[in-house]
Design a protein around this ligand. Structure first.
Ligand SMILES: O=P(O)(O)OC[C@H]1O[C@H](O[C@H]2O[C@H](CO)[C@@H](O)[C@H](O)[C@H]2O)[C@H](O)[C@@H](O)[C@@H]1O
Length: 243
């Protein structure tokens, strides 16, 4: 589906109402790669983001820790850890139930980190507010399945949410998602533009059905529009030309 022109046309209609812009990071602004630690923004992206931020009220909405995005992109408004942390105008606020979950995740991490040695290719990250199991380098299918079962058990044992993404499984704070976080931040008198590629971004699309929602890549979606990854940056540069 190639819908760029329709999207631009739609945005032209609401631009005078000062839309808020919500952008996902991995898979939207940068490609998916095997090593999350080095998914740095390139020069073109840094320039684009800086222009967008001066033109729009912009938020990066991500499953990552806020510190990752600051390291990759710089100081912007960031909704981090799938909606658990709000870094707005330089101030960072966590959701009220954050601290006890950090403690719980620290405990789970300490008790499980050793399984990295048992399953070749498995990487476990304590994201301080969630735990990420990265399966991208596990070649053996049976190992993948066993790791999956262990994580399922942990989710059940500790009554926490399990989210499955691209090559990752994450244990995270229940009932918190990007959709509700965006809703909290939104000025409902103004339109919103929301762009993302992953299952977590579907929460954003579902909770904000009045917004201009754009899914990146193929697959079923609750977004109004869809474009391929390669068209995201050209679309965002186009957005800057709309007066
Ligand atoms: O909400 P996002 O900004 O899209 O963040 C979601 C997760 O992104 C990262 O994982 C994904 O990208 C990695 C780097 O390309 C890739 O290795 C991994 O397979 C993808 O799932 C990040 O590592 C996670 O912490 C984020 O939750």
């Amino acid at each position: 589906m190639y819908q760029e022109n329709k999207i631009i046309h739609r945005i032209e209609k609401i631009i005078s109402m000062e839309p808020q812009l919500f952008l996902d990071y991995d898979g939207t602004l940068v490609p998916i790669i095997k090593n999350p630690e080095i998914n740095q923004a390139d020069y073109d992206l840094l320039k684009l983001i800086s222009h967008l931020d001066s033109r729009f009220e912009m938020y990066i909405v991500t499953g990552r820790e806020v510190s990752d995005i600051i390291r990759f992109l710089g100081e912007y408004n960031i909704i981090g850890l799938h909606g658990s942390i709000f870094h707005i105008d330089g101030q960072t606020i966590n959701i009220p139930e954050f601290a006890p979950y950090v403690e719980l995740f620290n405990q789970i991490y300490q008790n499980t980190v050793y399984i990295q040695e048992k399953f070749h290719g498995l990487r476990i990250y304590n994201k301080t507010g969630s735990i990420l199991f990265h399966m991208g380098n596990i070649k053996n299918q049976r190992s993948r399945e066993t790791v999956h079962k262990i994580i399922n058990f942990l989710a059940f044992r500790y009554n926490i949410e399990l989210y499955t993404g691209i090559d990752i499984i994450e244990l995270r704070i229940p009932h918190i998602n990007k959709g509700t976080a965006i809703k909290q931040i939104r000025n409902l008198n103004r339109p919103a533009i929301i762009i993302g590629d992953d299952r977590t971004d579907e929460d954003s699309f579902i909770a904000n059905q009045d917004a201009i929602t754009i899914k990146i890549g193929d697959g079923d979606t609750h977004a109004r529009f869809a474009i391929p990854y390669e068209r995201v940056r050209p679309l965002l540069w186009e957005l800057l030309k709309i007066l």
